[in-house]
Write a protein that binds this ligand. Structure first.
Ligand code: ADP
Ligand code: ZN
Length: 673
């Protein structure tokens, strides 16, 4: 007689090292992947069965083994999914339970537990069977040739980097590739860095794919998200899912193609909690597991992807011409140091630039103005004692926001009403230094009275609706000048946008990070890509006090290949992608303990043979929300022992972490952004 399967291994959505064993009540059966409810520390938790066995594991006293409290009658989790969770956990050094939690947050866990709504009386099915007859635009010759080469890359079993200027028709190619996969009966995952800015893309996809299209992103409600999960589990119709990074965790069963749009974008990286994964790289792992093809698209590919092209891991296909033709936007650089000496600056803008903007506006065209800092003034300083005003919890200056008359901290959210009185010396002598987006908007209102000016930043677009409205108004021509932060650089397509202004490139160059030049250059090229998309002549004007900065020089060079220079520099200084990097951050309220724990971290690295470790160092912002911060940078050679070295280090750090639990926080970030 077969032995009774009385025990199950259950994975819980928690940071636990391993699965837990539970007993099944008599007469119950559960298959791997099944959802169960189990007791845990006086509560019930939702878990997934990962294994079934006839006897309790050796060494575990039977009395300590809890009993499964309920079987959840919902389609279970696939083996491919739990295996993928393990892949992510192994690579990013966390537990599969933490990945499970990223795939199913508390809200989605509750949704799993809700019983299905009873099916009402069956309505006659009016809906036509899903069609394969997607109406696509015929491709240009250049696009058709590119599509052909992408197919060759796929046949060689390689992910393809589609490197094409903005407006070259990459999206149109994705649509063709996606349609082909759907017709073959396979699913398509289409990743974008942020959904808020992809409304135009959403509409374009919906027009082609109709109800084959599903949307999945973090701004959607739990019921909306759960519906996508449930549809994928129950309905075998091939689907295309448009989503942000967390869509890699969807139960796509027959994945045939992954598109990673704007693959260089740092929003793909989750850095605030485990798993600290990059959606692009996770998508590559997912595709490998499913035998799916991958196309990564960008006008400004990441160093990582260019490296993968160089080492022949990826195939590359280029699309150098804009679909509607027209020249690239003209680049104009204004030396603000010189203009200032000649008294040609008016606030944040040179007079020459203001004139050029006026003529664009007079022609009925639009201007976009980029500034990397929100707020009215990034710093306030006392004119009497010279002190700048700092956050009481963080080592950062408070920004002044005029719209609510508050001084606020962009790190911890601390804020208080602004008075002109200096908190240090008590004199009424505070002055606002520098100009953030809010002040830029005010300056533009003064310079262009009667023009419609709007500001697009985290202060004005808290709701998705507000964001969408502003984008719609700008697209419709109801706004003449749009001022904004990074948020305005992404993916929009505005017909009448003829000029993009970068108020100060210097703030981009000042970031102390090995990626800052790559980022500055990508950002400028993305801004450049916003205008002139319909073939009209357009320009990007860059104000900087460092017109000889390498990023600017490369931009002005007609055959600029910024990537080649950046890669050479990365190789010379031994930075990723030539090595693998990990950042370790240690935080503690007490500075003494911070340095003690930091010493242990360093010893742990040395003990497992990590040779290249810098730190502990004090980061530029060395205190946030009352906690002191120390940091390490670890470089690991890309050899076969890499995974083992990472794992050994992780295990030691976990030990230190549990010894100091609740007092010191240690975070490992693999491939930090
Ligand atoms: P990218 O994704 O590279 O920025 P898009 O695919 O958005 O480029 O194309 C730029 C513009 O050209 C869009 O307005 C798009 O509708 C149009 N376009 C691209 N390919 C075609 C095509 N084959 N036929 C008609 N219009 C096209
Ligand atoms: Zn603060």
């Amino acid at each position: 007689m077969a032995e009774e399967k009385r025990y199950v291994e259950v994975l819980l959505p928690l940071k636990l090292k391993r699965t837990l064993t539970y007993r099944l009540p008599d007469g119950w059966t559960a298959a791997p992947g099944a959802w169960v409810q189990v007791p845990l520390r006086g509560h019930t938790a939702l878990g997934v069965v990962t294994g079934i066995c006839g006897s309790a594991p050796a060494g575990v006293p039977l009395s300590t083994i809890g009993e499964v409290t309920a079987l959840v009658d919902k389609p279970g989790v696939g083996v491919a999914e739990t295996a993928f969770w393990q892949d992510i956990a192994d690579y990013y050094l966390c537990t599969p339970g933490e990945v499970f939690k990223a795939a199913y947050n508390a809200g989605l866990q509750r949704a799993v537990l809700q019983p299905d709504k009873p099916a009402g009386p069956k309505k006659p099915r009016r809906k036509a069977a899903p069609t394969d007859d997607f109406s696509l635009k015929p491709l240009s010759d250049a696009q058709a040739a590119a599509l052909d080469r992408i197919g060759k890359g796929f046949s060689a079993g390689k992910p393809v980097l589609l490197h094409g200027v903005t407006g070259s028709g990459k999206t149109e190619l994705y649509l063709h590739l996606a349609a082909e996969r759907l017709r073959q009966g396979r699913d398509v995952l289409y990743l974008v860095p942020e959904i808020a800015v992809s409304k135009q893309l959403q509409q374009r996809l919906a027009a082609v794919f109709g109800d084959r299209l599903l949307l999945y992103h973090s701004q959607a409600t739990v019921p909306q998200r759960y519906r996508v999960i449930d549809t994928l589990r129950r309905d075998p119709t091939p689907r295309i899912v448009l989503g942000t990074r967390s869509a890699v965790f969807l139960p796509l069963r027959n994945l045939g193609l992954v598109v990673v749009d704007e693959e260089h974008d740092r929003s793909y990286k989750q850095d605030d909690m485990a798993p600290r994964y990059n959606g692009r790289d996770a998508a590559l792992m997912l595709a490998a597991r499913h035998g799916a093809d991958v196309v990564l698209g960008s006008a400004t590919p990441s160093c990582e992807s260019l490296y993968n092209v160089q080492t022949r891991k990826f195939a590359q296909v280029e699309l150098p011409q804009r679909f509607f033709g027209g020249d690239d936007p003209v680049v104009e650089v204004i030396d603000t140091a010189r203009e200032r000496r000649l008294h040609n600056m008016e606030g944040s803008f040179s007079r020459k630039l203001l004139k050029e903007m006026a003529s664009v506006l007079d022609a009925g065209l639009q201007v976009m103005v980029f500034r990397s800092r929100r707020a009215y003034a990034p710093v306030v300083q006392c004119g009497a004692c010279g002190e700048t005003v700092h956050c009481p919890n963080c080592h950062v200056a408070l920004s002044y926001h005029r719209f609510n008359n508050q001084l606020s901290c962009h790190y911890c959210g601390y804020h208080r009403p602004y008075t002109l009185r200096c908190p240090s010396c008590g004199e009424v002598a505070l002055v606002e230094l520098g100009a953030g987006t809010e002040r830029i908007e005010e300056e533009l209102q003064a310079a262009f009275p009667g023009r419609r000016i709007a500001r697009f930043d985290a202060d004005t677009t808290q709701s998705r609706l507000a964001q969408e409205r502003m984008i719609r108004d700008f697209a419709a021509g109801d706004i003449d000048i749009l001022v904004g932060t990074q948020m305005i650089t992404k993916g929009f397509d505005f017909e009448r946008l003829a000029m993009v202004v970068l108020v100060s490139a210097d703030s981009l160059f000042a970031v102390p990070d090995f990626r800052s030049d790559e980022r500055a250059s990508q950002l400028i090229r993305q801004l450049q890509g916003r205008s002139g998309r319909r073939g009209q002549q357009s320009r990007i004007v860059i104000q900087t006090a460092q017109p000889d900065h390498p990023v600017i020089r490369q931009l002005l060079h007609p055959d600029a290949r910024p990537a080649a220079g950046l890669l050479a520099e990365r190789r010379q200084f031994n930075y990723p992608p030539y090595v693998r990097m990990m950042a370790v951050t240690v935080k503690d309220k007490f500075e003494g303990r911070l340095w003690n724990v930091s010493r242990l971290v360093r010893e742990a690295a040395e003990a497992v043979g990590i040779a290249d470790i810098a730190g502990p160092v004090t980061p530029a912002v060395d205190m946030v929300a009352g906690e002191h911060i120390a940091q390490f940078w670890i470089k690991l050679p890309r050899t076969r022992t890499l995974a083992a070295a990472k794992r050994a280090f992780y295990e030691r750090i976990e030990q230190i972490d549990s010894d100091f639990k609740g007092r010191t926080t240690i975070v490992i970030d693999v491939d930090p952004q």
